[in-house]
Ligand binder design. Sequence first.
Ligand SMILES: *[C@@H]1O[C@H](CO)[C@@H](O)[C@H](O)[C@H]1NC(C)=O
Ligand SMILES: *[C@@H]1O[C@H](CO)[C@@H](O)[C@H](O)[C@H]1NC(C)=O
Ligand SMILES: *[C@@H]1O[C@H](CO)[C@@H](O)[C@H](O)[C@H]1NC(C)=O
Ligand SMILES: *[C@@H]1O[C@H](CO)[C@@H](O)[C@H](O)[C@H]1NC(C)=O
Ligand SMILES: *[C@@H]1O[C@H](CO)[C@@H](O)[C@H](O)[C@H]1NC(C)=O
Ligand SMILES: *[C@@H]1O[C@H](CO)[C@@H](O)[C@H](O)[C@H]1NC(C)=O
Ligand SMILES: *[C@@H]1O[C@H](CO)[C@@H](O)[C@H](O)[C@H]1NC(C)=O
Ligand SMILES: *[C@@H]1O[C@H](CO)[C@@H](O)[C@H](O)[C@H]1NC(C)=O
Ligand SMILES: *[C@@H]1O[C@H](CO)[C@@H](O)[C@H](O)[C@H]1NC(C)=O
Ligand SMILES: *[C@@H]1O[C@H](CO)[C@@H](O)[C@H](O)[C@H]1NC(C)=O
Length: 777
Amino acid sequence: MALLFSLFLLITTCIIFTTQAQTTVSNISLVSSLSPTGDSHWLSESGQFAFGFYPYGNGFAIGIWFQNIQPRTVVWTANRDETPFSSHATLLFNTEGRLVVQENQGREISIIGNASFASSASMLDTGNFVLFNSSSEIIWQSFDYPTDTILPGQRLSPGHRLVSDVSEANHTSGKFQIVMQPDGNLVQYPVGAVKHNTAYWSAGTFTAGDNVTMNLDNNGHLYLLNATGFIIKNFTETVSVSCDPIHRASIDADGIFRVYSHSSNQSGNWSIRWSSTENKCDPYGLCGVNSYCTLMDRNPICKCLPGFDFIDPDWTDSGCRRNYSEDACIRKDQNFEVQDMNSLSWEEDPYATFESISKDDCREECRRDCNCEVAIYKNLKQVCHKLKLPLRFGRRGTGGRVTTFVKIVTGFQTINEGRVKKSKLRMDFFITGIASLTVAFLVLALSGVIIYRHRIQQYKRISDQRDARFVEDVTLKSFTYEELKSATNNFRDSIGRGAYGTVFRGIISNGRRIVAIKRLERVVDDGERDFRNEMKAIGKTHHRNLVQLLGYCYDGTNRLLVYEYMKNGSLADFLFKSNLKINWEGRLAIILNIARGIFYLHEECHIQIIHCDIKPENILMDDKGHAKIADFGLAKLLLPNQSKTFTEIRGTRGYVAPEWHRNMPITAKADVYSFGVILFEIICCRRRTETNVPDNEAMLVDWVYDCFKANEVSKLVPEDEVDKKKLGRVVKVGLWCTQDEPSSRPSMKKVILMLEGTVNIADPPCPTSIVSSQSLE
Ligand SMILES: *[C@@H]1O[C@H](CO)[C@@H](O)[C@H](O)[C@H]1NC(C)=O
Ligand SMILES: *[C@@H]1O[C@H](CO)[C@@H](O)[C@H](O)[C@H]1NC(C)=O
Ligand SMILES: *[C@@H]1O[C@H](CO)[C@@H](O)[C@H](O)[C@H]1NC(C)=O
Ligand SMILES: *[C@@H]1O[C@H](CO)[C@@H](O)[C@H](O)[C@H]1NC(C)=O
Ligand SMILES: *[C@@H]1O[C@H](CO)[C@@H](O)[C@H](O)[C@H]1NC(C)=O
Ligand SMILES: *[C@@H]1O[C@H](CO)[C@@H](O)[C@H](O)[C@H]1NC(C)=O
Ligand SMILES: *[C@@H]1O[C@H](CO)[C@@H](O)[C@H](O)[C@H]1NC(C)=O
Ligand SMILES: *[C@@H]1O[C@H](CO)[C@@H](O)[C@H](O)[C@H]1NC(C)=O
Ligand SMILES: *[C@@H]1O[C@H](CO)[C@@H](O)[C@H](O)[C@H]1NC(C)=O
Ligand SMILES: *[C@@H]1O[C@H](CO)[C@@H](O)[C@H](O)[C@H]1NC(C)=O
């Protein structure tokens, strides 16, 4: 209360200082006009704001500016992306009540939308230019069409945005924007790239719901209001308001959103009250493609990657291109080297990713791959991404140990030069000798596997092409029914039953290999060819968190699948059978294993595979305790067309997403839901529904949310001592995944980032709170 009172005092003092200006009644009537020459403009009552022509480029523009502040600070520009007006133009508030500009030969340009039949206009003291109709109602106002600035009293409503200028002197729409999203979040993006991974700043308020607005008040206090008028976010400290009476908030040409204040003293300067970021390299896209931003004396400069030159040498944010003109693919007759650059970050859009790989192998992987132009290696995660140019959003010094490998052509091999260059190349290979050795060893190991498989799958041939991948070469073995019947000893040894059929233990390759053989039931028969194609698709998936398909049988009416055998059984046994408990850390690792497997199915293999039946029974444990997903790719076999809406619920009750019951199209987000349920089961070591517990704990998802709301998440885990922070994170991820609204659920990629702790996780809303457009995407 005391605070409010002192605020009030402060406000009134400030106001007393401001309103001492002379008055000009600003009621602009029909058939008024302005011309660029002679500095004619319409003033607001106190004389603080002016509307009219101002010199711009080689002509004039129409806009609103602070009349008492030098140099001129423009807060709004009409038709900012049009060419400047000539000095012969006239701005006319015509007899129809429209505001138009007449240039030579009577051509009229409507400057403020199509509002017509206004009967008067006014430049208000707030900086708002308004048109009134005959009943003095506002029918148009400049506050509704902000350019790059908002003023005190103006609000940015949902769906609206501010777009930066090209530069301080050029008011054309520039590269950056700040968007008041309908989901309640205030986010900064480069213009033309509104995706979750291109945001470079956000208020983090995406759970705030509809109708959140951004507001600036007379004290320079910038905040967000929700639909019921509560302040849900303060950006500026409300207590430390300055007595400078003049404020504005602008997204500057450098992409940073700032609140400025100014004294009423004309010769003063704008001072910064608040900035969305202090690091001037933060805005994505400040530097063009293939270049990165780095700070020099706290000012951003753009630098090209080695082997690249600026596209326009006079314009260092124009981006960079290779300093030679060959096509992108580095051919065998070119000499090239791979150069390391440390601590650069980029937008990551890899065409291939390798996990658990050393830095040298990553370099080598890129060197050998003609399509690889750049590779990014992350030391901590041991992940290697291979990318193609162009690279975007480059920045230096964002922490984390990241190495960027760039391939640089150092010359073209000619017949004469050949030997010299070759020996140089050989030197390179000596230098990376250890890496090569490692690779050689890997290749040996892989060949070992191949040979082994070759023996058991007699007809297979291995391509001798150097670049060809092991993965592509392995064809699935096709078995006859008789073969599998004898392998399973006439289907005696059943080891499980799933939605798709019964699983048997079997032995193939003359007793050398134990396999799991699944006899499918209820298969939609689309013919052998489709079945084979389906099998091939599944057979091509290779990931350490997926159970590998080895072969299949299509014989008469029999459909069988042959998988690698996982002798430790399913995750369900470990979770729900008391004698097989896994500790907390182990359970967290399993959650990540499953997430990675699903991510691979959704985004990393050649076709997207939606699993549709993710549950603990379908997660198998290998002998090292790693989890592998089974039964993927089968949903499609059971129903003719997966892209259409399912008419019958395919998954297992309790794990299936709500959209199955609502007859909505099934997307990958259905798997995300099931993943969320499993995640809870894994951390709590109990089933999703339980009868011998108190009523409020019976439904696991509800109970988790209750505990989360009550800040009592440690009740969820059986252990006494677990890492609170990690637990909180995992619980939040699960709650996001189990949102009723599919679009609110994160992608598996995002799930992994959240689990790993590389991104912050907002507090999830109640999973059953229908339907907002918000999401983590
Ligand atoms: C502006 O002036 C006209 C005519 O003098 C009057 O009818 C109208 O109400 C005035 N409008 C405002 C907003 O003061
Ligand atoms: C402003 O920049 C745009 C694009 O960069 C350019 O086309 C335009 O001519 C510039 N206008 C002025 C007035 O400098
Ligand atoms: C104005 O009207 C024209 C034609 O009726 C239309 O094409 C244009 O989009 C309108 N402009 C605005 C800003 O509404
Ligand atoms: C003036 O505008 C208001 C709001 O748009 C409208 O309700 C009113 O009917 C208009 N008055 C006239 C005379 O057009
Ligand atoms: C948001 O605003 C729109 C239009 O003003 C209104 O129809 C809607 O009910 C509002 N939503 C909430 C949650 O207040
Ligand atoms: C606005 O925020 C207040 C306080 O956080 C909250 O009680 C209220 O429900 C919110 N209103 C809406 C419409 O979300
Ligand atoms: C924002 O500041 C106001 C005034 O100081 C205060 O009442 C309110 O609780 C703050 N809101 C948040 C979300 O920090
Ligand atoms: C305005 O600023 C100038 C230069 O800093 C100073 O000389 C002058 O006294 C100031 N005027 C007021 C009213 O503060
Ligand atoms: C305003 O900024 C200019 C240039 O940075 C500086 O020379 C001048 O002294 C500043 N004026 C005031 C009143 O701070
Ligand atoms: C391109 O740049 C690389 C590395 O800076 C250099 O070795 C090479 O000679 C350059 N090539 C040309 C054609 O300028």
